[in-house]
Design a protein around this ligand. Sequence first.
Ligand SMILES: [Zn+2]
Ligand SMILES: [Zn+2]
Length: 147
Amino acid sequence: MERAMAKPNCPQCSSQENVVPILYGLVDFEDAQIKKDLETRKYVLGGCVVLKENWYCYRCEFSFSDPSIKSLPTKPKCPGCSSKLDVVPILYGYVPLGDEKDVVQEREKNREFILGGRVVQEEEWYCHRCESGFSDASVKSPYNYWR
Ligand SMILES: [Zn+2]
Ligand SMILES: [Zn+2]
C-alpha cells in the first residue's frame, strides 16, 4: 500500500505532483525495488554528497529545499524509550565541504536529521536519547522514502 507524504510545491512551476524527495547515499542498483522506484519516480538519487536541497521537480528539472520538511507530519516512537521528541530521520551520504557543509551541519545541530554515513542502511530513524538507530515500517522517513 502506498502511503501519502506531505510534499512541497515546486517554487518554479507550483506543481506538486512532479516533486519527489532526493535520496542521498549509495544505493544498490541491482535491487529490483530500487530500480522500480526510480522508474516510477518515487524519488531521485542525489549522489553520495549531501546537499541542502531535499526535493526535485521532474517538470523543471530543478532541485530545491523546503524548510517545511522540518515539521514532519509524523515521527515514529523510539522502540527503546517510547519518546518521539528525541527521534530524527537518518540522512545518508557524504557531507560536502564549504558552504554546503555549514548548512548541513547546522541542520544536523537543529536536530532536523542525523547523518548516517555514506552507505544507505536499514535504519531510517535515530533516537538521541538512546543513541541508537531503528526503522519503523509504519512511518516513512523523508530521506529514506524508497522503502
Ligand atoms: Zn517545477
Ligand atoms: Zn529512545
